[in-house]
Design a protein around this ligand. Structure first.
Ligand code: PHE
Length: 346
């Protein structure tokens, strides 16, 4: 019996399989209930007491090696040695999942490209700013409510009552970038500044403490309000459609005089009145005006020689209109189900 066991051990250690079928015949031959090992265990009952110990151990060894071999042959079939297999180079590559652009980026790029077509450059500046660039140089009086903690996020406040110019804060508008441009460049200046801005607002479907703006600045000799109006009309028609009309309503900003608010005729109802325009027929789009001479002077530009206009708009609202997004918070959640919807929009 020992001889049979030894020859089976040798057979098992040399066994090779080429596939599932070979593997199954190996199992049937050695490991099944009617297999050879099972037969041997049957025979083992008749082995004399003196031989039982030796043959018993051998038999267990045989059974164990058959099991081990079976398992290793099985994993060989399932994961063939990659070195021995040539990759199929004609196979299509793995699918690449393309991401999508964020709706805010899409609209921002659209606004930038409209102004680039009429000669505006893009300027950027820091999000963490000082009071000087965000307020003081823009003609905000020291007691102006925008400087209040309720509107502005302060990082450090070192101000005394009458001087707050050293305060460090998160910019509340990108007009601060325009101050930097005026300080460092000579007219003619024609630039837009897109960027993130921060205001201390409670977060809701209609308001957020972070949002995005594109502001514009044009300074040269003889720039007039008519130039401003014409530039904005061009922008509105490129952005909202050839058929829209605009209107300018008088308004107030410390850094422009005169100042105005621009509306476009409602893109949903065409001006007839609907719930999006609250039945007024108009949508408020941006603030604008002629740069205040005090601002030009504060930034080192001769206000007797040069005039200019400025405008500024949020990006969130036009994107909401275009894509019918009804909750501002969706922009910030990065929910893939929301973002996926912009896959084809570039
Ligand atoms: N800075 C203004 C705002 O944040 C927008 C604006 C810019 C208005 C330039 C007039 C001129 O609301």
């Amino acid at each position: 019996m020992l001889e049979i066991i030894n020859s089976l051990l040798a057979e098992i250690s040399e066994a090779k399989v080429r596939g599932q079928e070979d593997l199954e015949s190996f199992r049937l031959r050695f490991l099944s209930k009617k297999g050879l090992i099972s037969d041997l265990f049957e025979e083992f009952k008749n082995v004399s007491a003196s031989e039982k110990k030796e043959i018993g151990q051998k038999l267990n060894l045989l059974k164990q090696s058959a099991f081990n071999k079976y398992n290793s042959l099985k994993s060989e079939i399932q994961a063939p040695d990659s070195g021995s297999k040539i990759e199929d180079l004609t196979r299509p590559s793995y699918p690449f999942n393309l991401g999508s652009r964020h709706p805010i980026s899409i609209i921002r790029n659209e606004i930038i490209s409209i102004f680039e077509r009429i000669g505006f450059t893009v300027s950027e500046g820091p999000e963490i700013e000082d009071d000087d660039h965000v307020f003081t140089k823009l003609n905000f009086a020291p007691e102006h409510p925008a400087r209040d903690m309720q509107d502005t996020f302060y990082i450090s406040r070192i101000s005394s009552e009458d001087s707050c110019r050293g305060d460090i804060l998160l910019r509340t508008h990108t007009s601060s970038v325009q101050v930097r441009v005026m300080q460092s460049q000579k007219p003619p200046i024609r630039t837009i500044s897109p960027g993130r801005v921060f205001r201390n607002e409670a977060i809701s479907a209609r308001a957020h403490c972070i949002f995005h703006q594109v502001e514009g600045l044009y300074i040269d000799e003889n720039v007039s309000f008519a130039d401003l109006r014409q530039t904005l009309l061009f922008f509105a028609r490129e952005m909202y459609g050839k058929e829209v009309s605009i209107r300018l309503r008088p308004s107030y900003f410390p850094f422009t005089e005169p100042s105005a608010e621009m509306d476009v005729s409602c893109t949903i109802c065409g001006g007839k009145g609907c719930n999006v325009c609250k039945y007024t027929g108009w949508l408020e789009v941006l603030g604008c005006g002629m740069v205040h001479p005090a601002v030009l002077e504060a930034c080192g530009i001769d206000s007797r020689k040069y005039t200019g206009f400025a405008f500024g708009m949020g990006i969130e609202r036009p994107a909401m209109l275009k894509y019918q997004i009804n909750d501002l918070r969706l922009y910030f959640e990065n929910d893939i189900r929301f973002l996926d919807q912009f896959k084809t929009a570039f």
